[in-house]
Design a protein around this ligand. Structure first.
Ligand SMILES: Nc1ncnc2c1ncn2[C@@H]1O[C@H](COP(=O)(O)OP(=O)(O)OP(=O)(O)O)[C@@H](O)[C@H]1O
Length: 305
C-alpha cells in the first residue's frame, strides 16, 4: 500500500482498553475517498468507540486513527476537513434550525450564508424557521447532517444515520451520501442495517468484538467463498457429503430433500461430484446476501463481553 491520500481515513493498530474490556482490539483499515464505506458490526462491536477515537473524543490506548497522516486535533480548520454526525443531533429546543446552524458558523468562523446552503442541501429549507422542539426524528437527522456539512468537508463520518428514518427518509439519505461520495468525498457510515448497506455502500469494514473480521468491496465480500451457497439434488447424498468434506464445505439437508452447501461454489461442487462419480439431478449456485455473510462472519463473536 502506498502513502495515504489527505482525505483517506487510516486506522492503524488502534486499541482501546476500558478496564477489563478491550472495546477495540488492534484494528487496522483504510477508508478511501470517492466511495461510501459501510462500517458494520453487531451491537457492542466497537464501532462508536472507533469513530470517537477518529474524531479525537476518546484517547486510544495504542495505535492511531488519522486523516491522511494527521490526527483530527492536528488538522487546520477541522470543520472544513471532517464533518461528523455521531448521534441524533441535539440543539436548544427553542432555537430554530437556521439559528442553530448560524451559531455553529459563528463559533467556527464560517460565513452565516453557509447555514442556508446546508439547510438546502438536506431539504430543510421549508423548516428553517421552525423550532427544533417541533422537528421529527427524521428532521433532526437531516439537521445533524446539515451541521456536519457546514464547512463543506471532504470527509464525512456518520454513526447509524438511518436510525429512526422512514423508508422515504432512508432513500433520501442513501441518495445524498452516494452523491457526496460521487463528488470525491470520503464517506464512512456505521450501521447494523445490512440490507441498507448493501444498497448504499461500495466498500465494507466488518467488525466483531473489537476486531476486524473482513474488509473489501461489497461485491468481493458477497462473492467471498462463505457467501456462495449451492443447492444440489442427488440420489447419493452420503457420497456427495463425503466428497465435499475434503473441500471443508458445509452440507445441510433441506426439508425438501435438497442439500444446501456453503463454503464451495457451484463449479467446485460439480467437480467434486464428477470426481467421486456422484450423480447430480440439480445444481444451482446462489449468491448469499450481506446479511448472511455478516451472520457467518460474526457467528460466535458477537456474544456478551
Ligand atoms: N466509556 C466506556 N467505558 C467502558 N466501556 C465502554 C465505554 N464506551 C464503550 N464501552 C464498551 O465498549 C464496547 C464497544 O462499544 P461501542 O459503543 O463502541 O460499540 P458499537 O459497535 O458502537 O455498538 P452499538 O451498535 O451497540 O453502539 C461495548 O461493550 C461498550 O459497553
Amino acid at each position: 500500500m502506498g502513502g495515504p491520500e489527505p482525505d483517506e481515513i487510516v486506522v492503524d493498530h488502534l486499541t482501546k482498553q476500558y478496564k477489563r474490556l478491550r472495546a477495540v482490539d488492534d484494528l487496522s483499515f483504510r477508508v478511501r475517498p470517492g466511495r461510501v464505506t459501510g462500517f458494520l458490526g453487531p451491537n457492542g462491536a466497537g464501532k462508536t468507540t472507533t469513530l470517537r477515537m477518529l474524531l479525537g473524543l476518546v484517547t486510544p490506548t495504542s495505535g492511531t486513527a488519522t486523516f491522511g497522516s494527521r490526527r483530527y486535533h492536528d488538522l487546520e480548520e477541522p470543520i472544513k476537513r471532517v464533518g461528523a454526525v455521531l448521534e441524533a443531533s441535539s440543539a436548544h429546543r427553542g432555537r430554530t434550525g437556521r439559528n442553530h446552524l448560524r451559531m455553529i458558523c459563528k463559533a467556527t468562523g464560517l460565513p452565516d450564508s453557509r447555514a442556508d446552503e446546508a439547510l438546502a442541501l438536506v431539504g430543510l429549507t421549508p423548516a428553517a424557521k421552525r423550532k427544533f422542539k417541533g422537528y421529527s426524528l427524521g428532521m433532526k437527522q437531516r439537521l445533524g447532517i446539515a451541521a456536519a456539512m457546514l464547512g463543506d468537508p471532504r470527509v464525512l463520518i456518520l454513526d447509524e444515520p438511518a436510525n429512526g428514518l422512514d423508508p422515504e427518509g432512508i432513500r433520501w439519505m442513501r441518495d445524498l451520501l452516494k452523491a457526496l461520495a460521487g463528488e470525491g468525498r470520503t464517506v464512512l457510515v456505521s450501521s447494523h442495517l445490512l440490507g441498507e448497506m448493501q444498497l448504499l455502500a461500495d466498500d465494507v469494514v466488518i467488525l466483531a468484538a473489537g476486531k476486524l473480521i473482513q474488509q473489501g468491496t461489497v461485491d468481493d465480500v458477497l462473492g467471498s467463498m462463505n457467501a456462495a451457497q449451492v443447492r444440489v439434488r442427488t440420489p447419493q447424498p452420503a457420497e456427495l457429503t463425503a466428497a465435499l468434506d475434503k473441500l471443508n464445505a458445509t452440507v445441510t439437508a433441506q426439508a425438501d430433500g435438497a442439500l444446501l452447501i456453503t463454503g464451495a461454489d457451484a463449479a467446485a461442487v460439480g467437480h467434486a461430484a464428477f470426481t467421486a462419480s456422484v450423480e447430480l439431478h440439480e445444481l444451482i449456485g446462489e449468491r448469499g446476501d450481506l446479511e448472511q455473510v455478516f451472520l457467518q462472519l460474526t457467528a460466535g463473536k458477537a456474544g456478551i463481553r
